[in-house]
Design a protein around this ligand. Sequence first.
Ligand SMILES: NC(=O)c1ccc[n+]([C@@H]2O[C@H](COP(=O)([O-])OP(=O)(O)OC[C@H]3O[C@@H](n4cnc5c(N)ncnc54)[C@H](OP(=O)(O)O)[C@@H]3O)[C@@H](O)[C@H]2O)c1
Length: 268
Amino acid sequence: MQTQTMYQKNLFEGKTALVTGGRSGIGYGIAKQYLALGATVIIASRKEEPLAAAAKELGCDHKACDIRKEEDIQALADYIKETHGRLDILINNAGGQFPAPAELISFKGWAAVINNNLNGTFYMSQQMAQRFFIPQKSGVILNIIANIYRGFPGMAHTGAARAGVDNLTKTLAQEWAEYGIRVNAIAPGIIESSGLDTYPDMIKQFFNDARDANLMKRFGAVEDVANAVMFYTCPLSAYISGTTLYVDGAEHLAGDGMGLRKIMRSFM
Ligand SMILES: NC(=O)c1ccc[n+]([C@@H]2O[C@H](COP(=O)([O-])OP(=O)(O)OC[C@H]3O[C@@H](n4cnc5c(N)ncnc54)[C@H](OP(=O)(O)O)[C@@H]3O)[C@@H](O)[C@H]2O)c1
């Protein structure tokens, strides 16, 4: 996949970007593009060992952090302040979920996904705004959500969490405009990334069917998402805030929203 052709090599020179979940998949691809375009990059996720290995491979900084834990987030902000002095861009990409029909999601499973994908995004945004963006009077927040356009049958918890982030994006864009902070979201369709490997085989069958049904007859590539992130977080989009961009080959309009649930029910 061709990348980076429309961006100047020094587009993010002097900018510091924090990418949560940057050790793998989409976050890794985003970190890689920032580095190629001159940014200083910090990647953050829970597991120190794979995080350090990814940072070494990329040639960027890293700090372990669980986005659900206040003390981890504060330690991360302290580290960024001491090491880099400032933060310009926050990519809220970390997240995870598991497929299940809504009637079978346990309270614990529901709470875990909401905590990670909704609460974690709010905690990170609020803390980085307080520590960096508000005093600096500038900052860009980009939330990676998912295709929640017609609900999310088969993953009700993540659909609700991501819809919460979609709405939070609109709220923060308004509340924090006075501080020079822009807030947007990107909703990827099914992206060929390490995240897909975390699903069981029966779900992989669903993914294959969805790929064949996609109007463009392919999954999204990590670069499709990363390219959009570069635009949404650089000065070329300086007047865009409070929006969600779908990067999904029109799947949110034309896909079979019930496919995932149907395939799970067929195994029960
Ligand atoms: N791939 C897709 O088709 C697709 C489509 C729509 C949306 N998305 C979303 O896009 C994001 C990236 O997806 P991906 O495919 O690249 O998945 P992935 O490879 O599984 O990446 C998820 C990343 O988030 C980190 N993470 C999870 N929980 C965390 C927490 N509490 N604190 C800090 N880091 C945490 C993980 O690292 P640790 O486990 O080490 O913490 C991992 O690096 C996810 O939010 C995913 O749900 C993916």
